[in-house]
Design a protein. Sequence first.
Length: 423
Amino acid sequence: MKSRILPILLIIFSLCLQTFGYTQTNSNHVKVKGYYRSDGTYVKPHYKTAPNSTNRDNFTTRGNTNPYTGEPGYIIPDSSPNTSTNSTNSSYSSNSSYQIYNYTSTSNWSSSYYEEKPIYTTTNNANLMERKSTSSAIQVVIPANSNVKVINSFFGDWWEVSYNGKTGYLNSNLLSFNSDSNTTNNHNSGWSNSFYDDKPTYTTTRNAYLREHKSTSSAIQVVIPANSNVKVINSFFGDWWEVSYNGKTGYLNSNLLSFNSDPSTTNNRNSSWSNSFYDDKPTYTTTGNANLREHKSTSSAIQVVIPANSNVKVINSFFGDWWEVSYNGKTGYLNSNLLSFNSDRSTTNNHNSSWSNSFYDDKPTYTTTRNANLREHKSTSSAIQVVIPANSNVKVINSFFGDWWEVYYKGKTGYIPSSLLTK
């Protein structure tokens, strides 16, 4: 009986080793940039294990845990051993639960994978640590004057780098930017140019560092020469603007940029759609040249300079002096003091009037005592939708807001002072 049980126990033990013996995460992690899926879903930047011949050391494999999110793995382990392709030497660090591989033979893969990352040179011998700590295991000592790829400089003085097939952390004070080796990565520039085609163009006033993050201690991706054109993707972060330059995106100080009005021609391909989309919005005319800003701030990027005497559609006047407008396919913000109401162009949108008449049929009817501005919001600084002539009938939808009554007039709803109405 014992002779029959022993083989069964050995088989069970062997299966347990295959299932759990190799579920240890790969210590080589790579950062994946944020991107959009084909269905439009945005995937945030994240980390994953470096590719090899097995899924047993992946974060998502059963028995493993993602160290960045704490989420347990759910994928069934495959039958391949937990070693890297072409890797012949693997050992455990005495100071770490992570397994460290000799990836020297895969350095060509790493070089191509991190091709677009900035190159720095070690100023002295540097310990490539497994984690962001001087007490962490040393993976390898990088000799002085060696080139490394900076994967991430988000962690303060500890920068994540790639060297000869290994990824780890070292002190940024041991690195010097290698301007000779950091040539622009052009293979994506065509895509980037078309993707950011409608973004405003600015010109560098002198040589500018394109940083990986919004900090002067962040890694330099490339030095942008003076008088170079960049596309401003976002100017929401104060002095740090997110820009695109020749296939690279990053951050630089806005004080190094000057608006380039020549390349920032209006993007007309959406203008017909925009015109119809905002057809029922009030039309205003610029009294002088007006900067259409990306955000509600004079320090925000200029999308385009709207010439004087141009018509714009006011989408929203809720933000005080900053009004959201549409102009020739672009939407943005400008100062309302630069606008004058265009009564000729703000004709009533009648295509909904019959529906609205029946919808508000049970509402009380009032008559205007003189010409009345139908406002978008309950404020005299709000945009005028239309001027209602004297002796016109309106339907009062709501008189809950004190002196400002919400009314309906010929397909439009808005606000007028109740003192301009009589029963």
